[in-house]
Ligand binder design. Structure first.
Ligand code: NAD
Length: 503
């Protein structure tokens, strides 16, 4: 029996668990269907087979969940932080216990290869541990004495928060938003993407089993335009933590305007990897390939635009073609698979449409540019060369395993090209000239930049984008800036005269 067939066997047993009721909402610790009893079907991108039915919620279900989150808020806020910390660590423990199950379900639901998803489940546990340990300091503030006042600051949780997540690495991303919210003392309503509901349900169950009080974490499934929209408009929800497309972020801002929602957005990207002639080209090649073709290229931080210096471009592109053609596309549960299927047909149609767009724009397809097989949403890893920065393939987020190569002559040109985009999430700079690296990163418009490295997350550092790539930062203490309110209290020392009126 191969590892693949073993994994498929294990998965079948896990999926049987969803057969009876499908995926229901979890509100105030009760597993319940949508009030309308409506459901929608979720399919695997691997073979388009039905996975199960999922509750199709609307405003009534969101209202129930928001009320549960509101009712649970005071007790959760006032619970000693050490107790909150202990519960969050228990959630992490249980994620680790169920990591294999989470990874298999995530692969089947999203098409992501197991080699990456087994780590993503553990990253989720790490997110909980990191914020669990920060919970005890979440309310910390400053003492800012003035001649007349003993001024102190403290932080208080903002209230019930709506968390709206996308379908790319949904498990890890959900933990990334939910763990700091809970550590801060907020309660949550989570609306996961309609295309990847499996692991959101497992995660909510884990939280329940870890002893999280009823109503602190509520899961509501459904479509963005109905359930998602109702969450952003609900008056009891004080803030929306959103990860998804830039245009959805813009809609959410409008929807939340009437209730003055605080928003935190992690949005799209068209991130440049800039390779100078003096770089360690072997390492740059490994990193450029990893950052666009891992996670099926369905990754907000992917290096989807390669800016390569003319003097080394021919050789670099030749090596790229060789390596890209060798990438192993296959079943996501096969441990040797490097790229799995795209999430769904509409996304597959979008990604593959760029093959013709590239040709019509005058670029060359140096590798890939075609579908793999006739079942499931598999595409060959693709490389466009001979592109210019004004082409759609250089400006639009394709969100698939597709890399666009653009050549430059000078550092100045490279900077202009790198910044000539609506987005500003990440940038990757390859050079062995430290002065150039400093000069370049100072002017590069991106929220996160790595020099001579792929994206390696360190949880205490700020994560987020500029321009159309986002608003706000996560990570370290920055997460608490969003989930908490700053409060100032001034205690008079009795030394000042209060102005008298009407005397
Ligand atoms: P999407 O915007 O289509 O959907 C994201 C979520 O928003 C889903 O849960 C969806 O149901 C919901 N939604 C849709 N319309 C809504 C509305 N009107 N009101 C409220 N909720 C609504 O995004 P997607 O296609 O699922 O995800 C891919 C996108 O996410 C890419 O653009 C990617 O770059 C981005 N992303 C960004 C980051 C980051 O950290 N910057 C991380 C991951 C993904």
């Amino acid at each position: 029996m191969t590892k693949l067939t073993q994994n498929i066997d294990k998965l079948q047993n896990l999926l049987a668990g969803f057969d009876d009721t499908g995926i229901q909402n979890l509100i105030a610790s009760q597993s319940i269907p949508a009030a309308s009893a409506e459901t929608f079907a979720t399919h695997s991108p691997v073979d388009e087979s039905l996975i199960c039915q999922v509750s199709k919620s609307d405003a009534a279900d969101i209202d129930l969940a928001a009320k549960a989150a509101k009712d649970a808020f005071p007790a959760w806020r006032d619970m000693p932080a050490t107790d909150r910390k202990a519960i969050l660590h228990r959630i992490a423990d249980k994620i680790v216990e169920r990591a294999d199950e989470i990874a298999l379900c995530e692969c089947w639901d999203t098409g992501q290869p197991l080699r990456f998803m087994s780590k993503a489940a553990l990253r989720g546990a790490e997110n909980f541990r990191f914020f669990a340990d920060k919970a005890t300091a979440a309310r910390d503030g400053q003492m800012l004495p003035s001649p007349t006042l003993m001024n102190v600051t403290t932080r208080v949780p903002i209230g019930p928060v709506g968390v709206i997540t996308p379908w790319n690495t949904p498990f890890m991303l959900s933990t990334w938003k939910i763990a700091p919210a809970l550590a801060a003392g907020c309660t949550i309503v989570h609306k996961p993407a309609e295309f990847s509901p499996l692991t959101a349900r497992i995660l909510a169950e884990i939280a329940h089993d870890a002893g999280l009080p009823a109503g602190v974490w509520n899961l509501v499934n459904g479509m963005g335009e109905t359930a998602g929209r109702a969450l952003t408009e609900h008056p009891d929800i004080k803030a929306i933590a959103f990860v998804g497309e830039s245009k959805t972020g813009s809609m959410i801002m409008k929807q939340g305007a009437d209730t003055l929602k605080r928003v935190h957005f992690e949005l799209g990207g068209k991130n440049p990897v800039i390779v100078f002639e003096d770089a360690d080209l072997e390492r740059a090649l490994d990193a450029a390939i990893f950052m666009i073709y891992s996670l099926n290229g369905e990754r907000c931080t992917s290096s989807s635009r390669l800016l390569i210096q003319e003097s080394v471009a021919d050789k670099f592109e030749q090596e790229l073609v060789k390596r890209v053609n060798q990438i192993n596309v296959g079943h996501p549960l096969d441990p040797s698979t490097e790229v799995g299927p795209l999430i769904h047909k509409t996304h597959f149609d979008k990604v593959t449409s760029y093959f013709d767009i590239a040709k019509n724009e005058g670029a060359q397809i140096a590798a890939g540019g075609c579908r793999v097989g006739d079942q499931g949403w598999f595409v060959r890893p693709t490389l466009f060369t001979g592109a210019t920065n004004d082409m759609a393939i250089a400006q639009e987020e394709i969100f698939g395993p597709v890399l666009t190569c653009i050549r430059f002559e000078t550092e100045e040109q490279a900077l202009t090209l790198a910044n000539d985009t609506d987005y500003g999430l990440t940038g990757y700079v390859w050079t062995n000239d430290i002065t150039r690296a400093m000069r370049f990163t100072d002017k590069l418009e991106a929220g996160m930049i790595w020099v001579n490295s792929e994206n390696v997350r360190h949880l205490p550092t700020p994560f987020g984008g500029t321009k159309a790539s986002g608003i706000g930062r996560d990570g370290g203490d920055w997460s608490f800036d969003f989930y908490m309110e700053q409060k100032h209290i001034g205690f008079a020392t009795g030394h000042h005269t209060i102005p008298k009126l009407g005397v």
